[in-house]
Design a binder for this molecule. Structure first.
Ligand code: DC
Length: 225
């Protein structure tokens, strides 16, 4: 049987990773969080104290960096030069850093090649910004998941409150989301754009369950033969 490829793109905070992870489990295929790979690059840059906006410095660092993706008990782990940094990349500083390093072609080329290698060997649902346009242009199904910046910031705010980690106001979170949207959409290399053949799903006002149901409906209706 041929491998299935599902691409899920969209802006930060649209719920892509939660939804794609659940969809992968229900389909019995691999989930690849490509953002985690860019986050790993950002973490290394932060640790090395380099200017993440400087293409030359980041390119130089990439030449001495190995990023691997492995699966342990079905869960993706990201290794940076052999160290498991899966949990260390979920900070706000790394989020902003990833948005910067992902603009550099030297970073993107390496990440895309690794991602394409994984998709050649496995059936996969991948989420990111350039999956439908660049990584898997011939994917069996492409979904572009979005919601307004206000809605995404509010979801993040409520999530942080629930975890007792709400150290930022809704307005501050909205500013950050807008800045990441700007970085992701305005860069020259593989900016965030909807692939022409991607199905647009705007989840503004949806609960996570409603968004999940809508995605599963799209997957069930898609022809993947
Ligand atoms: O999905 P995320 O928030 O973990 O992604 C972190 C950053 O990496 C985000 O600002 C955009 C970038 N990214 C990208 O440019 N291309 C991808 N395929 C995935 C993420």
């Amino acid at each position: 049987m041929k491998n299935i490829q599902i691409a899920m793109d969209g802006p930060s905070g649209a719920g892509k990773s939660t939804i794609a992870k659940r969809a992968a489990r229900s389909l019995g295929i691999l989930y690849l969080d490509t953002g985690a790979m860019y986050r790993a690059v950002a973490l290394k840059g932060i640790r090395c104290g380099i200017d993440l906006c400087d293409e030359k410095s980041v390119g130089g660092m990439m030449a001495e960096t190995v990023i691997d993706v492995v699966y342990r008990e079905g869960n993706q782990r990201v290794l940076l030069d052999g160290e498991d940094i899966t949990d260390a990349i979920r900070t706000n500083e790394v989020s902003m850093g990833a948005s910067r390093v992902s603009a550099h072609p030297a970073v993107r080329e390496r990440m895309v090649a690794t991602q394409q290698g994984i998709a050649r060997r496995n059936s996969v649902i991948m989420d990111g910004r350039d999956i439908g346009t660049k990584v898997l242009p011939d994917a069996d199904l492409k979904i572009f998941l979005t919601a307004t910046a206000e809605d995404r910031a509010m979801r993040r705010y409520l999530e942080l409150q629930e975890k007792g980690m709400a150290d930022k106001s809704y307005e501050a979170l909205l500013d950050e989301i807008r800045e990441r949207d700007r970085n992701d959409s305005s860069r020259t290399h593989s900016p965030l754009v909807r692939a022409e053949d991607a199905i647009l799903l705007d989840t503004t006002g949806f609960s996570l369950e409603q968004a999940m149901d809508a995605v599963m409906k799209i997957i069930k209706n898609a022809r993947m033969d």
